[in-house]
Design a protein around this ligand. Structure first.
Ligand code: ADP
Ligand code: K
Ligand code: ZN
Length: 429
């Protein structure tokens, strides 16, 4: 099922000419922003110099820092009176960035989300619980509007009161849910405590943070649903940028709306398909806040092969952010790798916290992890054996020695929104 078949399955030649036309329009649109006029001038670049898709590479990158410099409305290409909504990033990596939408932008955005929902078979007849924050976070109102457009019955649950969330799923016969993967796990945990099952629930849409295949299996088993990865970011409207189809092998990214490049985050060099690096996106459809070559910080690659569903080329699942990668004694570690290891060990639960310290000029990583209830005997020798085993498996996977501290089930924080598992104390004195 397609929302807009001719666009979603556009062939390469048609796509390229469409992209070039939209790119030229975008280059014109950004000239209304003083930052970009200055940028073009500094680079000795005239907007008319962009005549092919390759010319894109003449344009300097735009970084999150640049947007921060324009806080709050410096990147609007339209008067504030034409902006009908404002959102902001969750500020995972510092001060939030404000984004604005014209009426057209909201239509374009909800249309992209409707494509995604239709792609995984959702539509009229589905009851959709949107269990994310409805404030400035784009996931609330964003998914909400897209789901209404696609004809779903929307339950704007927001976050919090997990028992009530579970009652709503059961009472309303909810068939699909959207939340962070971390919160989904918590819902599973609470449903198990309540001794109830969520039989109506068939589809889970999980995003806003990176999660692994192991986590997918865990969520699919415990909630008995089919779990899909959803990717987006506020600067690119919000959720709806890329989404898994039922193949669950990479995410379709909408190339008619987003021009994608993958670069080496250190050198800025553009990489080829199947080469992993930082994704740089030029949105082609934004009116209020157009951007050129925006550095997302997210690590992925463009996949070479097409998909059996016939839609546009995919990107691989995001393995992390170039800036949430930890460097511990010179070794790159993504929190998702730790999560993957812990999910594979029945002795421990799914919740963990990572602390990084510097002692005698050496980085030390300490991982607090909850025991799983079945293995929590309280016997000291059991604890020591499990601790040793977890440290051993982590060492084999990360190629790094860590300290593991086992804590009681249920004692670590749960997150309703984005998970914050890493506390890096190396900068603190
Ligand atoms: P912030 O950058 O402050 O977190 P956003 O709420 O806009 O603000 O979050 C966008 C970011 O969330 C993305 O750049 C990406 O790092 C992360 N993200 C969103 N969806 C996914 C996903 N499905 N997989 C991995 N990371 C994701
Ligand atoms: K179910
Ligand atoms: Zn597909």
């Amino acid at each position: 099922m397609f929302w807009n078949k001719s666009v979603e399955t556009m062939g390469p030649a048609e796509l390229a000419s469409h992209q070039l036309k939209k790119l030229k329009e975008t280059v014109q649109q950004v000239q209304k922003i003083p930052f970009y006029r200055a940028r073009f001038e500094e680079a000795g670049l005239r907007p008319e110099a962009i005549q092919s898709l390759d010319d894109l590479q003449k344009i300097p990158f735009t970084k999150k820092q640049d947007l921060r410099g324009g806080y709050p409305f410096g990147f609007l290409a339209v008067p504030l009176s034409k902006v009908v909504r404002i959102h902001a990033t969750s500020g995972t990596t510092g001060k939030p960035t404000v984004v604005g939408y014209t009426r057209n932008d909201l239509e374009t955005w909800s249309d992209l989300i409707a494509r995604n929902l239709t792609m995984i078979g959702l539509g009229e007849g589905d009851v959709f619980q949107n269990s994310v924050n409805y404030g400035l976070f784009t996931g609330g109102l964003g998914l909400h509007a897209g789901a209404e457009k696609a004809g779903l019955t929307v339950v704007p649950a927001g976050t919090g009161n997990t028992r009530r969330q579970i009652e709503m799923i059961r009472d309303f016969g909810v068939t699909a849910i959207h939340c962070t993967p971390g919160y989904a796990l918590h819902i599973a945990e609470v449903a198990e405590e309540m001794g109830v099952t969520l039989d109506s629930l068939k589809t889970g849409i999980f995003g806003a943070e990176s999660w692994s295949e192991t986590m997918r299996r865990e969520l699919e088993d415990r909630l008995e649903l089919s779990a899909y990865d959803s990717y987006g970011m506020s600067e690119l409207f919000g959720p709806g940028v890329a989404f898994e189809c039922p193949e669950k092998d990479g995410l379709h990214i909408w190339h008619d709306s987003y021009l994608v490049e993958i670069i080496d985050p250190k050198t800025g060099e553009v990489l080829g398909p199947e080469e992993r690096g930082e994704m740089v996106v030029t949105p082609l459809v934004k009116e209020a806040m157009p951007l050129l070559r925006y550095r997302t910080g997210d690590i992925t690659m463009l996949m070479e092969d097409g998909c059996v569903c016939g839609r546009m080329k995919k990107i691989a699942r995001i393995t992390g952010r170039s800036d949430d990668m930890l460097i511990i004694r010179g070794i790159n570690v993504f929190p998702s790798q730790i999560e993957d290891v812990l999910l594979g060990l029945p002795e421990v639960g799914d919740q963990f916290m990572v602390y990084v310290d510097r002692k005698n000029h050496l980085d030390e990583m300490t991982i607090e992890v909850e025991m799983s209830r079945e293995y929590f005997s309280g016997e000291l020798q059991d604890l020591a054996r499990i601790q040793k085993r977890v440290m051993g498996v982590l060492k084999d996977t990360l190629e790094l020695r860590t300290t593991v501290r086992l804590v009681e089930p249920g004692s670590l924080p749960r997150f309703e929104g984005k998970t914050k598992r890493v506390i890096d104390r190396r900068g603190d004195l």
